[in-house]
Design a protein around this ligand. Structure first.
Ligand SMILES: [Zn+2]
Length: 233
């Protein structure tokens, strides 16, 4: 096998390894929670907090109203028991009962408003929950696909890496060194094929005598334009 074919085969597998690694990196960026999912979770947290707050306000008002109702009822009983010692005392008590009832009416109105806020908050939580569930199921399905893809790419990478030493083994140390040094400087492609008389690295035609020499495969020739090692099939 010619020196340049050996190098070309090594280049091919290295390019495939590079490509697979690039795909794995792109995939890794897509794994994890999406912005939509994060937003839906935040919305769910906020609406739940608002509901808890509204429920607390409602419960507090309810308790306050109950204790006020008991107090009003007791004072009223006292008022109608006829056990007042004086007309003044009865009048004072009457005023107190009236005031308690006004306060009770205010609280009832507040409680009604609080109940409405709770109802609205419950609806908001329900909406947020529905959205979160739907986004979560879409996201999970997507993640499952990505994980399968990642698995396949990892297996491919392992297979390519296990084949590489077999291809590198027959190549002379100096050719290998040249190749390894050139690869990072040529965007990963140190060896390119020639099609017709065109270098596949830069697309530029090369002189016919250069091409003839490159075709033999026994010496390492580089493209006069892009400097890559040439392989002529
Ligand atoms: Zn070239």
């Amino acid at each position: 096998m010619s020196r340049t074919l050996q190098l070309y085969q090594l280049q091919t597998i290295d390019s495939e390894i590079d490509q697979t690694r690039q795909e794995l990196a792109q995939l890794a960026a897509q794994l994890g929670e999406s912005d939509d999912l994060k937003q839906a979770k935040t919305r769910m947290e906020i609406t739940s907090q608002e509901l808890r707050r509204a429920q607390t306000v409602m419960q507090d008002l309810d308790l306050e109203l109950k204790s006020l109702a008991t107090k009003t009822s007791n004072q009223e009983k006292k008022l109608y028991s006829g056990k007042m010692s004086s007309a003044k005392e009865a009048s004072n008590l009457q005023d107190e009962v009236s005031s308690l009832k006004r306060r009770q009416a205010d609280l009832e109105e507040n409680l009604l408003e609080a109940m409405m806020v709770v109802e609205e908050s419950e609806e908001a939580v329900e909406t947020a929950q529905t959205r979160l569930s739907s986004i979560t199921s879409q996201w999970s399905a997507g993640q499952e696909e990505l994980l399968q893809e990642q698995d396949a790419l990892n297996r491919r990478l392992a297979e390519l890496k296990s084949r590489r030493p077999i291809l590198a083994q027959p190549i002379s140390e100096s050719d290998l060194k040249l190749y390894e040094q050139m690869r990072p400087k040529k965007a990963g492609r140190a060896v390119v094929a020639v099609k017709g008389d065109l270098c596949q690295g830069c697309g530029i035609a090369m002189p016919s005598n250069h091409l003839r020499r490159a075709r033999s495969g026994t010496e390492i020739l580089t493209c006069p334009t892009c400097g890559r090692i040439l392989y002529v099939p």
